[in-house]
Design a protein around this ligand. Structure first.
Ligand SMILES: [Zn+2]
Ligand SMILES: [Zn+2]
Length: 281
């Protein structure tokens, strides 16, 4: 583990093993005028994407635990991020990539959390044999901006080759791993570590932008920064009959420190009759 001395008092350090620093640094430099340097720590002890080490806590608790690694080393302003990938509840063929990034600092009592969600992160997952069409898979996986890992099937412990981002390396990895699998086939999955997925880095940047906005916004009650949207408010009036629908009419804002809230409703918003219980029971 190595500590980088940040240059300015307002600068942050991000605890990461997978080079998230440049992504968040670019956003924070542009929006807050502060820099972000990396603190390399063994964050894999808190869980990995490929399931080799299961994640025990929620993404938020895991991100806070990562940031705490930095705070324990005496760093004043620490960031850590955490991502999850899950099937869309209504459309399971779509993968939902959620990213959160937390800030823990010595002058704020609670973590401030930024988040972003995307349906566009490149995710592939297929069982393949040595003779399958590797070029087609390479184009689906979007090499070289994205990588895949190749995993043996039906043997414990599984053999895994990670960080593959060109067709020749994929061919070589398949030859090696398929030899190990009793079925002669292997599992090819996107390598979703941040430095191996450009589309995931874009979502991390969005989450960092959300966090930067909160870090620039003081709570109207306690004056500490972190004030931001915590939830959406439903009940926009039906365009046909005027009753409350399930459509969004505004947002709830909340302070992570004193927990005061305020509701912002857009009076111009209306709900489609399809979301109205009276018109469409
Ligand atoms: Zn407050
Ligand atoms: Zn209605």
């Amino acid at each position: 583990m190595r500590t980088l001395e940040p240059g300015g008092e307002q600068d942050f350090v991000i605890v990461t093993q997978h080079h998230k620093g440049p992504v968040v640094d670019a956003v924070f430099a542009e929006t807050l005028g502060v820099r972000v340097t990396e603190l390399h720590a063994d964050t894999d002890q808190l869980g990995t994407f490929d399931g080799e080490i299961p994640r025990r806590d929620s993404p938020l608790a895991t991100a806070v635990a990562k940031a705490q690694l930095g705070r324990n080393l005496g760093v004043a302003r620490v960031l850590a991020s955490e991502g999850t990938f899950s099937p869309h509840p209504g459309m399971p063929w779509i993968t939902v990539n959620s990213e959160i990034i937390v800030a823990l600092t010595d002058d704020l009592p609670s973590p401030v959390v930024g988040s972003a969600v995307s349906f566009d992160t490149v995710v592939v997952s297929r069982d393949v044999g040595v003779l399958d069409n590797v070029d087609e898979m390479a184009s689906q996986a979007q090499f070289p901006d994205h990588s895949v890992l190749v995993k043996s099937m039906g043997v414990e412990p599984a053999r895994v080759i990670k960080g593959i981002n060109d067709a020749d390396s994929l061919r070589r990895a398949l030859t090696e791993i398929c030899r190990w699998s009793p079925s002669g086939r292997a599992r090819v999955e996107s390598d979703l570590r941040a430095h191996h997925s450009r589309s995931r880095r874009l979502v991390i940047a969005d989450a960092a932008r959300d966090l930067a906005r909160r870090l620039a916004t003081p709570c109207p009650t306690c004056r500490l920064v972190g004030w931001g949207v915590s939830d959406s408010v439903r009940g926009a009036p039906c365009v046909d009959c005027g009753s409350a629908t399930t459509a969004i009419r505004g947002e709830q804002w909340q302070c992570p420190h004193c927990h005061s809230t305020s509701t912002h409703v857009d009076a111009a918003r209306t709900g489609d009759p399809s979301t109205c219980l009276r018109c469409n029971p």
